[in-house]
Design a protein around this ligand. Structure first.
Ligand code: DQA
Length: 146
């Protein structure tokens, strides 16, 4: 079963969007980085991005059935979405939360994460490399049967 790597709103604009905060790496670059690193540690990936909260909920529900773990950068929905939290709590999968930027250095409204309540841990501030760190963090948490 694959690790679902899910990305929220505006992350499709990575590379163009506030590069001083988010860097020059595009989401396609991150996808390639994830696929390459996952293969090297024996994991498969299913990589998605959506600007829509309900689509992210659907993708988390799909992961619950078809996936072995979730890496989630919920972007702005991190700070607002009880629906995404509830979908994560229902998944019964190991979850690693990722943010490119260090959300604790930024606006106060970015300091709180609804996702964290469901996640095993959170990686923030390391840019695209955070996704690689998340794969390494998730690897030992994945059930041998999945
Ligand atoms: C983000 C941080 C969020 O606060 C912001 O809304 C994003 C990206 C990050 O990866 O640093 O869109 O999740």
């Amino acid at each position: 079963k694959p690790v679902y790597i899910l990305n929220g709103p505006n992350l499709n604009l990575l590379g163009q969007r506030q590069p001083e905060i988010y860097g020059a790496t595009t989401l396609d670059d991150i996808k390639a980085l994830c696929e390459q690193h996952a293969a090297s540690i024996g994991l498969q990936t299913a990589f998605h991005q959506s600007n829509h909260e309900g689509v992210l909920v659907d993708q988390i529900q799909e992961a619950r059935v078809k996936g072995c773990g979730i890496i989630l950068n919920a972007a702005a929905y991190t700070h607002t979405s009880v629906a995404i939290l509830d979908a994560l709590l229902a998944s019964d999968l190991p979850i690693v939360e990722v943010h490119l930027s260090n959300i604790h250095q930024r606006d106060t409204f970015r300091h709180h994460s609804f996702v964290s309540k469901a996640a095993k841990g959170m990686i923030c501030g390391f840019g695209a490399q955070g996704y690689v760190l998340a794969l390494d963090a998730l690897k030992p948490l994945i059930a041998p049967s999945s």
